[in-house]
Design a binder for this molecule. Structure first.
Ligand code: AQP
Length: 332
């Protein structure tokens, strides 16, 4: 069976973009693939995290996975620091990847802005660790939102260079799985910016733990334009905020954008927004409630992570042993 790997950073404020772009697809894929879902705490510390918050957020992402419907018995759910093989392989990839490749990464440039000199070395080398996360299991498919596409192309470059350098067909060339009508959910306050955990405005995103009032209020305040909704996708061109809300509506309803527009085309936003809020509450309400229930049971969450980390290590150790042999390390 083909193997899936994907991860989410425990950096707080899990939002609708993380759910529609990633977590919901993780749930759907568990029936057709062997899946490894990781809470990537090593990635999180590439930017400052309060230690107690990091622990809390690690458990919260775990709770979100389980509350969304990922079965921890069938799939491997674990925290990245629980398997040292990720960091070991990342070091080897630091020696395979080229500076020029990392210099092209737009996410690094966006995150550091003009403050490049003050960024951590870890943030710069982040894509190498991401490649190690995936290739430590020889995973073949990686479900992500659109923002991760460039990092996955780099992962393919690293796999290819390693295979060429050592004249061996060891790592697969992975395939990104960018699925559904909401692969890039935008901020509710700015149709040109990605919905993001680190946006200082809480009104820019729907958090998975928001209650029904907060969800309704945030959609009511969402930026829009004065026109009614079109009945065809072409009518959303040049209307990024409207396109975003319709994409969210379609994804939450489980239909395509053209199907959604057949239903909601012609509506004013004053009519459409309460309908959007209603469906968001119907989908996210039970997940948020279950997350809170699970978060109160730290012992259970920690057992899932411990068990998952042991299973992850068992899967990656043979790959690492093979890599160490190929690179020329003496095995003691
Ligand atoms: N807005 C989004 N739309 C669709 N998918 C998204 N993802 C993130 N934002 C959106 C997907 O969620 C997964 C986990 O992301 P991550 O935890 O690695 O963090 P991120 O991409 O850095 O998330 P944020 O919210 O954008 O955080 P900040 O504010 O730190 O930049 C990935 O599959 C991602 O594609």
């Amino acid at each position: 069976m083909e193997q899936i790997f994907s991860g989410i950073q425990p950096t707080g404020n899990l939002h609708l973009g993380n759910y529609l772009g990633a977590i919901r697809n993780f749930v759907a894929l568990q029936d057709s693939y062997e899946c490894i879902y990781c809470i990537v705490d090593l990635h999180a510390i590439t930017q400052w995290q309060e230690p107690d918050e990091l622990r809390r957020n690690t458990r919260e992402v775990t709770a979100a996975f389980i509350a969304s419907g990922i079965d921890p018995a069938k799939n491997v759910i674990f925290h990245q620091s629980g398997n040292p093989n990720h960091a070991e392989l990342a070091w080897i990839f630091n020696c395979v990847a080229r500076l020029g490749w990392l210099n092209r990464m737009t996410q690094f440039k966006d995150k550091v802005g003009k403050n490049r000199e003050a960024a951590s070395v870890g943030l710069y080398a982040y894509p190498n660790l991401m490649a190690a996360d995936i290739l430590a299991y020889k995973a073949t498919h990686v479900p992500v939102g659109e923002d991760q596409k460039q990092h996955l192309e780099l992962c393919r470059d690293i796999a290819q260079k390693f295979n060429n350098d050592f004249k061996i067909d060891l790592f697969p060339l992975i395939e990104p799985l960018i699925l559904g009508p909401a692969t890039r959910v935008m901020s509710l306050r700015d149709g040109a910016a990605k919905m993001s955990k680190s946006d200082p405005s809480d009104n820019s995103r729907i958090n998975l733990t928001d209650d029904s009032d907060a969800i309704a209020k945030k959609f009511r305040r969402a930026r829009t334009d004065p026109d009614a909704l079109p009945s065809e996708p072409g009518g959303l061109e040049g209307r990024p905020e409207a396109a975003n809300l319709v994409g969210i509506y379609a994804a939450l309803s489980g239909c395509t954008v053209p199907d959604a527009l057949r239903d909601i085309g012609g509506m004013q936003f004053s009519q459409f927004k309460p309908r959007l809020a209603e469906i968001a509450v119907a989908v996210l309400g039970p997940i948020g409630a279950e997350m809170q229930r699970l978060m109160a049971d730290t012992a259970y969450i920690d057992t899932v992570l411990r068990d998952g980390a042991a299973r992850a290590r068992a899967l990656s150790e043979p790959v690492l042993a093979q890599v160490f042999d190929v690179v020329g390390f003496v095995r003691s």
